[in-house]
Design a protein around this ligand. Structure first.
Ligand code: SF4
Ligand code: SF4
Length: 369
């Protein structure tokens, strides 16, 4: 169940977050899948690319889950920004797609049925959910490691002045997305002034002990390429980013994760509009790396949406491809049965090549050297 949009709006008013952006067109999961299928892409032997065939040829009969480690909760698609490459299709107008407290409680009850050690809170901008701190406190009370994925820019708003201290006190790992360590590149992707706000937020986090090597206060940066190309080598980029941000801005962080752009959401729209669809998918399929399969995020993660529906991963959530029990029943936080869940077959499609290309890609970064 989604939160009452009026409650969400009142909370935004309290936080001083203005909802002034124009509505962005919604792109349904079925439309995304249709568009993906229309992009003709062939394997090296000339046959049409099919993810399941590539799996079989790599010795995997089908994709099945391993042990569940990460319980990822997307608390809503509401975001203070509306980036043109957003795979979530998040934006300031998504007030009707925010998780209610009742659904958070149902998700926590489902979490209790599992052995997942990590609660990964994502969005949109999760801190705009009226029950964000409640979710962190209830997860920490269960002894879980908590990850908070943010875009940094809310952290500099006066209403969030206490948030860095709250996160530090609760030993929450902060994963902040930043397109680039150069101002020009970041502002081109996210808008004028975003780089400065992001660096200011990093500074606030550094002040409470984040990004200084303390394992209880981990600050991770996350970046995707700005166009239709694959992510570069993660270790090399991490060295470059660390040196540059410390030297030019005086801020530090602990690790960098780089992700391939998934051909879904607004990025898929952009691929279509710019005529880059075939080229990009050919790049992904051409770089298929069987060494990434064992570590695919869908094998150890579950993804829950704002309404309590369960997916194999965040990307399948955006494509509205629900996780299914073997009898075809859609899985929700209310009907989660771990034994049946573990036996399910993971839903795959062409977008999965985004996770297996090159060094691989997941919410935790690269999957192979
Ligand atoms: S990419 Fe991140 S910051 Fe940008 S709209 Fe999407 S969720 Fe918000
Ligand atoms: S998109 Fe990636 S994580 Fe999701 S099901 Fe496909 S391979 Fe797994």
């Amino acid at each position: 169940m989604a939160a009452d949009p009026q409650e969400v709006m009142r909370n935004l008013e309290r936080l001083g977050v203005r909802i002034s952006e124009p509505k962005s067109p919604r792109f349904s999961g079925s439309d995304q899948l249709r568009l993906l299928q229309e992009i003709e892409v062939a394997c090296a032997d000339g046959s049409p690319a099919e993810f399941d065939r590539s799996l079989h040829e790599s010795g995997w009969e089908t994709l099945r889950p391993a042990k569940l480690d990460v319980f990822q909760i997307n608390v809503g698609r509401l975001c203070n920004m509306g980036c043109k490459h957003c795979h979530v299709g998040a934006g300031p107008d998504r007030v009707d797609q925010v998780m209610s407290k009742a659904t958070i409680d149902a998700a926590l009850a489902a979490l209790d049925k599992t052995e997942a050690g990590t609660v990964d809170i994502t969005g949109g901008a999760p801190e705009l959910n009226p029950h964000f701190e409640y979710l962190i406190e209830r997860s920490r009370a269960r002894g879980k490691h908590v990850i908070f994925r943010c875009n940094f820019t809310c952290l500099v708003l006066p209403a969030f002045a206490e948030l860095p201290g709250f996160l530090a006190e609760n030993r929450v790992e902060v994963v902040g997305s930043l397109p680039h360590y150069r101002k020009r590149n970041t502002d081109t992707v996210r808008g004028e002034g975003v780089f400065e706000k992001s660096v200011d937020a990093m500074r606030l986090l550094n002040e409470v002990g984040y990004g200084t090597g303390d394992p209880q206060r981990v600050l991770t940066l996350m970046s995707n390429p700005a166009g239709a190309f694959l992510a570069a080598s993660q270790p090399a980029l991490e060295r470059e980013w660390k040196a540059s941000l410390e030297k030019s801005e005086g801020v530090t962080f602990d690790r960098l994760i780089v992700l391939n752009n998934m051909p879904i959401g607004r990025f898929l729209k952009w691929l279509e509009r710019s005529g880059n669809g075939n080229t990009y998918l050919a790049k992904l399929t051409g770089a298929f790396n069987p060494a990434t399969i064992a570590g695919l995020m869908c094998r150890n993660t579950v993804s829950v949406d704002y309404a309590g529906r369960v997916y194999d991963c965040d990307f399948n959530q955006m494509l509205e491809l629900p996780a299914l029990y073997e009898d075809g029943t859609e899985i929700t936080v209310e009907n989660l049965d771990l034994e049946r869940f573990t036996k399910r077959r993971i839903q795959t499609a062409l977008h999965c090549f985004g996770c297996t290309a090159g060094q691989g890609s997941s919410c935790g970064g690269a999957l192979a050297e």
